[in-house]
Design a protein around this ligand. Structure first.
Ligand code: GN1
Ligand code: MG
Length: 382
């Protein structure tokens, strides 16, 4: 997209100030994010995002979820008398016609009416959905984790779940069965059957390893069916870089709320440690350097249990080590599925990227398994 096209998109939102520049922001694998700077020093800058509607197919539901959640959190902050509410929970900028997102029938070419296209219109691949929020200035994000930031994230993500316990408004699943392991395995098996990219012959070892653990990894779904495991409102993308800190290193605000939805609390616990406690990035090919960072696990668990004590059931608590194993395995299944499908979901930088990611996650899973007993003992003694 050209800069003019982006600036044109910006014109559809009720922003204050004059657009000075639009530049790429962040490293997400799914949406495209831009920072919109305004000329005036006393006006805010903004975050402009193109929603990946091939992944989030129900944009209406997506935006409704985020609005319901942020409004609820804002009301709580206001009731607590917090002064800088707009730095602690983000706010959508409405479009000129008062909506939370702008529909553009085809990239860069704006149209007078968006009624010509249904939101589920799969034929028009070029249409796009945009939204804007205030850019929270003077913040820090971390790509690297420390025990301190791990503890802070544990507390903050746990607090997020706790604050949303009394949200009355029902939320939808913006990606249905997003963290459902049974579904992820069936998608992998389908990809194996299709072998769309002709890569099946390269991955027999990985498939064998996954299948050997498949049944055990579907425990959460079984517990849920037995009525033993509830769904609660979770963030479902708990990474340290989805947490904004102020200049003094204090937690300000949780971002990237697209996947906020009803899920098992394992999602937020397990997915955080999937990235944070892996001594290597998720796409590192240095398999022998992959270690499970116990210090990060310990710190995160302390923080998380502090803020979730009021609602966590014994079954949820006792299965937290299972969640730590589950998420690298689920992610391996997802990366491998995408590799077999010919890289249609995750952005890649080179052809084997998804295979490298898969191998990384499987090695990490193996490392975690050696800590399972120690994790359970640690939880018992807390
Ligand atoms: C995607 O775009 P990003 O990095 O926030 C994915 C996560 C995966 C992650 C793997 C909606 O998240 O579930 O864990 O990539 N998000 C979606 O890097 O599928
Ligand atoms: Mg994300």
């Amino acid at each position: 997209m050209t800069n003019e096209q982006l600036i044109d998109i910006v014109q559809h939102f009720r922003i204050e100030g004059t657009t000075m520049s639009v530049e790429p922001l962040g490293k997400g694998l799914i949406n495209d994010t831009f920072l919109v700077r305004t000329t005036e020093a006393d006006k805010p800058d903004y975050v402009l995002q193109r929603i990946n509607h091939h992944i989030f197919t129900d944009v209406e539901m997506l935006q409704h979820n985020i609005e319901a959640v942020t409004n609820h959190l804002r009301r709580k902050l206001q009731a607590e008398g917090i002064a800088d509410v707009d730095r602690r929970v983000f706010r959508f900028i409405p479009t000129t016609d008062g909506k939370t997102y702008y529909f553009c029938p085809s990239d860069g070419k704006t149209a007078s009416s968006n009624l010509l296209f249904k939101k589920t219109d799969k034929i028009n691949l070029d249409c796009s959905y945009w939204r804007m929020s205030i850019y929270i200035a003077d913040t820090i994000t971390f790509e690297e984790i420390t025990p301190q930031s791990s503890y802070d994230c544990g507390r903050a993500f746990g607090h997020f779940q706790q604050q949303l316990i009394d949200l009355d408004e029902p939320l939808g699943e913006t990606i249905p069965d997003f963290h459902n392991m049974e579904l992820r395995l069936s998608q992998l098996r389908q990809a194996v059957t299709n072998d769309a990219a002709g890569r099946l012959k390269e991955v027999s070892k990985e498939l064998q390893f996954i299948e050997a653990h498949a049944n055990e990894m579907c425990l959460a779904e079984r517990l849920h069916r037995q009525g033993l495991l509830p769904k609660r409102i979770c963030h479902c993308d708990t990474k340290v870089n989805n947490m904004l800190f102020d200049r003094n290193g204090n937690v300000l605000c949780i971002i990237d709320l697209d996947t906020v939805m009803p899920a098992y609390i394992f999602s937020d616990f397990g997915d955080f440690l999937r990235t944070a406690a892996n001594s290597q990035p998720e796409d590192s090919p240095e398999l022998d350097s992959i270690e499970f960072r116990w210090d990060i696990f310990e710190a995160f668990t302390h923080g998380y249990l502090e803020s979730t004590a009021s609602f966590l059931t014994p079954i949820e608590r006792e299965h937290l080590p299972f969640a730590v194993s589950l998420f690298p395995m689920m992610q391996a299944v997802r990366f491998l599925t995408d590799y077999l499908n010919g890289d249609t979901y995750y952005k890649i930088q080179y052809p084997e990227h998804n295979l490298v990611r898969t191998r990384n996650q499987l090695r990490y899973f193996q490392q975690i398994e050696t800590f399972r007993k120690r994790m359970s003992a640690f939880l018992c003694n807390l």
